[in-house]
Design a protein around this ligand. Structure first.
Ligand code: 6R9
Length: 649
């Protein structure tokens, strides 16, 4: 028998004051799946609508007709819901607390100030000719202007596309072109861990790539005052354009199904996909999950340590917390700078009640020992959250014991860029916790496990995780490519949404996400397609062929392991290894930096020429026993060669 995991029961005191205890959870959940229309119609009343919706749910997952609409005749504005409606009751309450990379720098922005600043930028964007339905690309540091820019777009009905500031000029250019943005908002430089990153230079480089001549304005926030090149015809200073604008700007009436934003994410094949999220369903789902999952109460300081460039930053730094009138902390830097105690020090300094972070951040801290938390008390903490990848029980326990002083429940939240908000998660006043399990579905979410033939599996078992019916927060399509949306998510199994994740369900009905079952890597919580890295490598003249797999990595969760077959007359060398490492870094961005490169005279392929990644993954993980059936390989001897020279010892 396998050992039963330790269970952390809900504390009674906590349950008594929480938005939901177990009974509330069970009854609301039941209601949400028995009567989705009734449940969501009621929940929708928590938003302010210019025109309240009368049609609630109109969704089809049939591959022949994937069509997802929520609240389709409703009208509202996301920025109005995040700002204007709070002015009367909490205009002077902090909306954003910004903590700079340098511990000496911080800033508090009230709801009233944020509203005024968003209106000014909205007016500036209008002056540039941005109108409803246009896209604006944001390539920003973790500074309040990033949230301001998102909300300003939302206010005037423009669609933002935030590109993570760690991406390369090529990656940025690709996304600008796909979204056809005429305006890019950036900063001179970003600052992380004391180092400056040349954002504006990267934008300049991106603007030399094919197709980016559609960009006619680059709006630049002065963050550091560092040296940058200036193109008079295109570049404008944020402060110059924004300062002179009026601090009033009407919020555009948007249909609930009008696009709010596009966000690019990696899939198993091809170019990054721009997931399209719409206004009503997304905002409601982000707000509701934020309130229940973190048990957010009025006046608390809430901190999500993600970057606004990822979906976690969209839903849980900006839209969810601000729609709920919360105080959201935004941190520019990294938890290990200037010392490893920084995370705890920020918690004390701003009296943070709720901390939402990632397993990779916890493991990185863990590696430095518990003493790093001696410089802080952290007694303001009440709830801890984890997202991005499976959290291993050791990291869970460390998070609970060392950061949370064994007092705070941990919500391990499973979700995706595609889902818009949290899908499988404990509620801290309702759910007994098991380290490593994301536990139970959120309201309205109907998970199921399927075998490879698409049969629904019952009871305690493992399978492919799918969601049986629509929820308001889900992405509606892939920008410019609905066919790909259907192919990726609704064709693998008919009539359901396919997540790409494997999952186990235990005897208590708890879900345990086991990780991606497609060719998507999850490195430090960042999603990356193996195909993207491979195509970058083969673009190098020395490389004939490359195969990329993930392997277990103590801190990053997964590391990037690359097998490279060189061109005929190219000799392997340490210099070439370094060159290829830099090549990928430069091409995609630092998050894609290879951990291991192994020279591979040949790759294991089937007779039809398919690379057998299963075998490459095993060799990379140093699990060379039991490679399974290799008899279908065109040349089984290449496997012995690869094992003999494996690089991860
Ligand atoms: C929000 C976000 C999505 C993929 C997802 C899964 C993994 C996220 C997880 C988790 C286990 C969790 N993932 N949260 N795996 N437990 N709590 O991360 O979105 O960047 O699109 O990644 O991340 O594999 O499919 P995104």
């Amino acid at each position: 028998m396998t050992e039963q995991p330790k269970v952390y029961p809900v504390e009674e005191d906590f349950a008594a004051n929480a938005w939901a205890n177990n009974e509330t959870y069970l009854s609301l959940y039941q209601r949400s799946v028995d009567d989705p229309e009734g449940f969501w119609a009621e929940q929708a009343e928590s938003l302010d609508w210019f025109k309240a919706p009368t049609k609630i749910k109109n969704t089809s997952f049939a591959a022949s007709n994937v069509d997802i609409r929520w609240f389709e005749d409703g009208e509202l504005n996301a920025a109005y819901n995040c700002l204007d409606r709070h002015l009367e009751t909490r205009g002077d309450q902090p909306a954003i607390i910004w903590e700079g990379d340098d511990p000496g720098q911080d800033k508090t922005i009230t709801y009233r100030e944020l509203h005024a600043e968003v209106c000014r930028l909205s007016n500036a964007l209008k002056e540039m000719g941005v109108t409803k339905g246009d896209t604006v690309t944001l390539y920003m540091p973790m500074i309040p202007e990033a949230s301001v820019a998102m909300l300003a777009c939302a206010r005037i009905g423009a669609i933002h596309s935030v590109v993570f500031g760690g991406f390369s000029p090529d990656a940025l250019a690709q996304r600008v072109v796909d979204a056809q943005s005429r305006v890019v908002i950036t900063a001179d430089e970003s600052v992380r861990g004391g180092k400056h990153v040349p954002l504006k230079d990267n934008v300049d480089a991106a603007m030399t790539r094919d197709g980016t001549d559609i960009v006619d304005k680059v709006l630049v926030v002065r963050r550091t005052g560092g040296d940058i090149e200036w193109h008079d015809d295109r570049d404008v200073w944020y402060h110059e354009w924004v300062e002179r604008q009026s601090s009033e700007c009407p919020a555009e009436k948007m249909n609930a199904e009008d696009a709010l934003f596009i966000l690019y994410t990696s899939g198993s094949t091809g170019r990054p996909k721009g997931l399209k999220h719409t206004t009503g369903g997304y905002l409601l789902y982000a707000a509701l999950t934020h309130r229940y999952v973190f048990d957010y109460h009025e006046g608390e300081v809430y901190w999500c340590s993600a970057d606004v460039g990822w979906v976690t930053g969209h839903s849980y730094i900006v839209y969810g917390p601000l729609a709920n009138g919360a105080t959201t902390l935004m941190f520019e830097g990294v938890p290990s700078y200037p010392s490893h105690g920084r995370l705890g020090e920020i918690i004390d300094k701003h009296q943070v009640s709720i901390l939402y972070t990632s397993p990779t951040a916890i493991r990185a801290l863990m590696a430095h020992g518990e003493d790093i938390m001696d410089s802080s008390q952290r007694d303001s903490l009440r709830v801890l959250g984890s997202v991005g990848e499976p959290i291993n029980p050791e990291a869970w326990s460390w998070f609970h014991r060392v950061i949370g002083s064994s007092r705070c429940p941990i919500v391990d939240t499973w979700w995706q860029t595609e889902t818009g908000g949290i899908m499988i998660t404990p509620l801290p006043g309702a759910t007994d916790l098991k380290p490593g399990s994301a536990t139970r579905p959120f309201f309205g979410v109907r998970p199921a496990l399927l075998d490879n033939e698409g049969n629904v599996l019952e009871g305690a078992t493992s399978g492919n995780l799918v969601i049986l019916d629509s929820w308001p927060g889900q992405a509606r399509t892939i920008w410019n490519d609905h066919e790909r949306f259907v192919q990726t998510y609704f064709s693998p199994y008919e009539g359901v949404y396919f997540t790409g994740d494997g999952c186990r369900r235990d005897e208590d009905g708890y879900y345990w996400i086991t990780g991606r079952i497609d060719d998507v890597l999850n490195v430090s919580g960042h999603r990356m397609g193996t195909a993207e890295i491979e195509s970058s490598l083969v673009a190098h003249s020395a490389v004939a062929e490359a195969a990329v797999v993930g392997y277990p990595h103590d801190i990053k969760g997964q590391g990037i392991y690359i097998y490279v077959t060189l061109g005929d007359d190219v000799e392997p060398s340490e210099e070439l290894r370094k060159e290829l490492t830099q090549w990928v870094r430069k091409d995609i961005g630092p998050i894609a930096t290879p951990d291991v490169i192994q020279w591979a005279p040949g790759l294991p392929k089937t007779r039809s020429g398919k690379i057998m990644r299963r075998i490459l993954r095993k060799i990379a993980a140093n699990e060379c026993e039991g490679l399974g059936d290799t008899s279908t390989l065109a040349d089984p001897s290449v496997v012995d060669e690869l094992i003999e020279h494996r690089a991860n010892r």
